[in-house]
Write a protein that binds this ligand. Sequence first.
Ligand code: SF4
Ligand code: SF4
Length: 461
Amino acid sequence: MEAFRKIIEVVEWEAFHKDRVESGIRRMLGRVDVVALHFLENCVSCALCKTACPYYYVDEKYSPVNKAEEARKIYRKELTFAGKLLGPLVHARKPGSAEDLRRIAEFAYACTNCGACYVTCPFGIDSGALINHIRTLLTATGRVPTILQAFEVAEISGMYLEIPGLMQAWDEVMKKAAEAIGRELPFDREGAEIMLFPTLIDTLFTPGAVVGAINLLTRMGVDWTLPSKPLGIRPPIATVIGDAEGVKTQLTKIHEYLEKMKPKKVVLVDGGFVYPAMRWKLPTVLGTRPSYTVLHIVEVVHEALKKGGLKVKTTDDKVTWHSPCQLGRRGGVILEPEEIMRTVSKGYRQLPHHGIRTLCCGGGAGMGCMTRDMHEMMGKLLGTSLYDLIGNREKSFLDAAEKRYKLSIKRKMDDIERSEAEIVVTACPVCIHTIELGAQLYGPKVKVLHIAEYLSEHLEE
Ligand code: SF4
Ligand code: SF4
């Protein structure tokens, strides 16, 4: 409990501290590169992006352009001549009160960074990226959800490795996986072809996916290994709260381990933000070209099926594929899972919105973490009553965020209902959790599985 109190000393949901706001603005504007400059400068306010957003259906004020405007107001005030001179006349303004920060936090935490607005905008403007910049400002001012702050510090400091509840979950999944393949797991082997990279969240939320991925690699007969200890809670979790320095620190640690182990390929189980972070961001953030290639398990399986290295039994399951936004739309892995699903099931059907137009489930970028249930579950694992550490102002924020999150799922569930699927297969632990929650709240009563678990159950004897 004491350790967590220290971790969250920086959390501040009540007051307005001018110095922290100024420092947050500097950090936020420090992230403006030539690409972000395009996002900031070239929006024409046509609002074509609004219907792409899962949170627009919760309330029209959460349209991508409206939320990103909070970043633009600050940018204009600080970095444009007109904004400095004319201020509010040209919509240039810095946050000046606790109420301003409250509104900004409400907007920043009504976004999953799904990228649907990005691919809809005729000018390629990524409002989700700008909303993440606003989170950078908020984190510096202390308006950061305690649960996310605790995860970030625990991950970067390595403290998660000392928390019995978390490590027990990891060990149990590894034990199950060893039983499934009938031999000891090949931990920390140097020079293997493949390094499987499960995160701690994979073992907590989707243990079947980790066991399934291990089973698939074993059946492929490839030379593989995996870390004996998790390389993070869900690394780099700092990305969720817009902490660019934290992202760099965590990616550096992971990269050092991987360079030491020298695998040819690093294979992820998580198809959420871990995928674009490891595959696309890491080389830019660290300014290096890794000696390994990062792939998702779905890409490895796709290749193995094509080359005959893996054989599956076909079924008639009424099954569909939900493409996680970070693996599909942002990560570029769109065709492979659909081809696999078609191979496995004659009853496979696409969702009405699929591929790059897949509807976001509503749970990404920490949105699915802000429920009361999640605080209780994580509190138990962390060995502390997380919810009791939170002040009343943050509790009101969390209550509202939970309502928004639960409403945002409805649109996805309607899409699933239209497909008449009975099983939803996907690849991200948060998508799985969110669609399961959606099935309870709204129906249809679908079964939701990670693709590694689903395929592992459909292998030829
Ligand atoms: S971000 Fe793009 S689609 Fe959205 S309002 Fe601006 S220009 Fe239009
Ligand atoms: S990234 Fe997704 S959730 Fe965020 S504003 Fe754009 S469409 Fe909405």
